[in-house]
Design a protein around this ligand. Structure first.
Ligand SMILES: NC(=O)c1ccc[n+]([C@@H]2O[C@H](COP(=O)([O-])OP(=O)(O)OC[C@H]3O[C@@H](n4cnc5c(N)ncnc54)[C@H](OP(=O)(O)O)[C@@H]3O)[C@@H](O)[C@H]2O)c1
Length: 218
């Protein structure tokens, strides 16, 4: 958010669960570049109605006729949920899939009417290294089953988008191991060391990838 809203002439839509919250207010107060602004949209990733409702408000209240880049970032990782397959609780699997994977379908279906009006539409999923079938061996020692399975499904969705919508730049990235509040808490509960990229370094790397699709205006 901070990165994009600090650019000139950029409108950033931040999907948040509770627009009136203090946390949401800190987004609105982020320093904006010349001609830029941040608009809050109420989006709970588990809602079937929030994204279509938010899109209709963007159009009707803010006169926004198209979107250029959509980032599916919302995600949960509940450390206590992570058990070996023999002990997996299906309700944990379901909740991870709901937030981490079904939400990607909900988001895409809701934003596509505005995103498809962009000259170069981008749909980016903040995925996870654990969500790879081919690379499962490197995560074999961690039973991150509910989280990883949900990210595998989310990756599938994005790969299908790539094939089904030839004009859409749809891709999933593993952000790296990033030291966020959630990650620090999860690492502590799993008894592993908290190390990794800073949020700034992670965002810079991800933005470099997005910029590579826009070589002229960056
Ligand atoms: N950190 C890492 O090392 C790492 C590694 C691989 C992948 N990822 C992925 O990167 C993304 C961001 O993770 P993070 O580490 O930054 O974790 P985080 O700080 O916990 O961020 C997760 C975000 O998802 C939002 N969210 C959760 N449930 C939601 C719901 N039902 N509706 C709407 N928003 C919801 C949270 O909103 P609230 O602020 O309202 O809680 C929060 O903004 C996730 O998809 C995660 O799987 C992170």
């Amino acid at each position: 958010m901070e990165h994009y809203v600090s650019r000139p002439d950029t409108i950033v839509i931040a999907g948040v669960r509770t627009p009136g919250s203090e946390q949401a207010d800190t987004l609105v107060r982020l320093p904006a570049g010349k001609g830029s602004k941040l608009i809050l949209a109420k989006i709970d990733a588990t809602s079937n109605n929030d994204v279509p409702q938010a899109m209709s408000e963007l159009d009707q209240r803010h006169n926004i006729q198209h979107l250029d880049i959509v980032i599916a970032n919302a995600g949960i990782f509940t450390p206590t949920a992570h058990q070996k397959m023999g002990n997996m609780n299906l309700s944990d699997l379901q909740s991870h899939i709901d937030v981490n994977a079904y939400s990607v379908v909900r988001l895409f279906q809701g934003v596509w009417p505005l995103l498809s009006k962009s000259l170069k539409p981008v749909f980016l999923l903040n995925s996870a290294g654990a969500g790879t079938l081919g690379g499962m061996k490197s995560f074999a020692h961690f039973p991150l089953n509910s989280y990883a399975a949900s990210k595998v499904l989310a990756n599938f969705v994005v790969l299908r988008l790539h094939f089904e919508y030839p004009d859409l730049i749809a891709f999933a990235v593993h952000p790296g191991s990033v030291v966020t509040e959630n990650r620090t808490q999860a690492a502590k509960m799993l008894g592993v060391e908290v190390e990794g990229l800073s949020v700034n370094d992670c965002v810079s790397g991800m933005m470099r990838i997005v910029r590579s699709f826009f070589p002229v205006d960056g």
